[in-house]
Ligand binder design. Structure first.
Ligand SMILES: *[C@@H]1O[C@H](CO)[C@@H](O)[C@H](O)[C@H]1NC(C)=O
Ligand SMILES: *[C@@H]1O[C@H](CO)[C@@H](O)[C@H](O)[C@H]1NC(C)=O
Length: 402
């Protein structure tokens, strides 16, 4: 019965969508994947498969510049490599870094659009989804770094992360500190490690929900978090494409990240929505709720009995941020509900090697503006380019000796 109703709604929405006027180029881009988008915008494109130590096969993307210094970009939660190229050459960090002479590698993670393969497991098996940002930090990112270095002949690379792309980097630094010597410099946009001051109702809810095992079991078994279906796809496309309903769509996004309609290009909404959310596990989302509930960046909370077995402690141990010895630059915004300046300050005090600390003076800058914002280039990326160059010199002239 519900299937029938769902199907009728789908037909209805699809009919309306077909009549909605859309920018044809925007519509086309909403159907292209990362590789095809790079090709469309006339940049060289490559895709590579990274095998993780625990069996996932993740496709990563490259805008190659042979012999140039490699830079690895890591997207945030629910996002994918598409985020760096979907707004075209003037608004995509991937293209801009290539224009500045970098060999650009754009990572992906298990469970997103480009990380749905595994040597033995299939997507319908709960075991496939049994991971959080912990496993992304100890497998996906270090395995990707090894792949890039092995393929380029460099011994170090530049790293730019957004949101979870910073959280998992800190996990890697804590758990696999030998990887810190493979980083020329790390640039953290909207870094996430503490939610003491978060303004996001979604994160607050997730934090509260931790205390209710009924809610947790019902919504957070081991599986994909809100999988996309034909229905939700059509629904979100419809909501986000029509002028009348666009405010609903953008408000759903803002509710998580912070309100600011100035920096979100509404014309691009159908493209954003087509590529994100790109997939995540419930355990991964739950682990972010635990950051809020337990206070600080700790290993996954399995409950008393399992915690004692795994960690020999009642509460999960904190990640050792003192091990994150790479040179770190922090970029964050006041209107970012997920990475509040007070929380970034807590992080800053724990990291041993922060060399640059920048709170955007543009008051309304929110969580997504770092990658999708109309003025991200002027407001943030230009600073990243300048900071990267300073450290590139050390590797170009061989004076790197740490
Ligand atoms: C490094 O690259 C070589 C040749 O491309 C390949 O045979 C080898 O397995 C790679 N090693 C790792 C660790 O990826
Ligand atoms: C918004 O996106 C459209 C389509 O890509 C583009 O033509 C327009 O210039 C963008 N607007 C701004 C303010 O960047």
């Amino acid at each position: 019965m519900s299937l029938l109703i769902g199907w009728l709604i789908w037909l209805f929405l699809d009919g309306i969508l077909a009549r909605t006027q859309l920018d044809p180029s925007v519509l086309e881009d909403s159907k292209l994947d990362t590789f095809e988008l790079i090709q469309k915008y006339n940049y060289p494109a490559e895709k590579h498969n990274v095998d993780t130590d625990d069996g996932y096969i993740i496709t990563i993307h490259r805008i190659p510049m042979l012999g140039a210094i490699p830079v690895l970009l890591m997207h945030g939660l629910f996002d994918a490599s598409t985020t760096w190229v979907m707004q075209g050459p003037t608004k995509g960090l991937g293209y801009l870094l290539h224009d500045r002479g970098y060999d650009v590698w754009m990572g992906n993670i298990r469970g997103n659009t480009y990380g749905r393969k595994h040597k033995f497991l299939k997507q319908h098996q709960p075991e496939f989804w049994d991971y959080s940002f912990h496993e992304i930090g100890i497998f996906d990112i270090p395995n990707t770094i090894d792949y890039v270095l092995n393929n380029t002949g460099y011994s170090q690379l530049q790293y730019i992360g957004h949101s979870q792309g910073t959280t998992s980097f800190f996990v890697m630094g804590s758990e696999r500190p030998d990887y810190m010597s493979k980083i020329i410099s790390m640039h953290a946009m909207a870094p996430v490690a503490f939610f003491e001051h978060t303004k996001s109702p979604v994160i607050k809810f997730l934090g509260e929900a931790q205390t209710s095992s009924i809610i947790m079991n019902k919504f957070f078994g081991t599986h994909e978090f809100l999988p996309r279906s034909e229905l939700t796809n059509t629904f979100s496309k419809f909501i986000c494409a029509s002028d009348l309903t666009q405010p609903i769509c953008s408000n759903m996004i803002f509710l998580t990240t912070g309100f600011n309609s100035d920096q979100l290009n509404l014309t691009m909404l159908p493209v954003f929505i087509a590529h994100a959310p790109a997939g995540a596990s419930t355990k991964q989302v739950m682990h972010f709720g635990q950051v809020r509930a337990l206070g600080g960046l700790r290993k996954f909370d399995y409950g008393l009995v399992q915690n004692l077995q795994r960690y020999k402690t009642v509460t999960p141990p904190e990640y050792n941020l003192r091990n994150v010895r790479a040179k770190v630059s922090l970029y964050y915004g006041q209107n970012d509900w997920l990475a509040q300046p007070e929380d970034v300050k807590l992080l800053l005090n724990k990291l041993p090697n922060v060399i640059y600390d920048y709170l955007s003076d543009y008051q309304k800058f929110n969580h997504l503006d770092f990658v999708w914002g109309i003025d991200s280039w002027d407001l943030i990326w230009e600073r990243i380019f300048n900071n990267m160059q300073v450290h590139d010199l050390s590797i170009r002239y061989g004076s790197w000796n740490k």
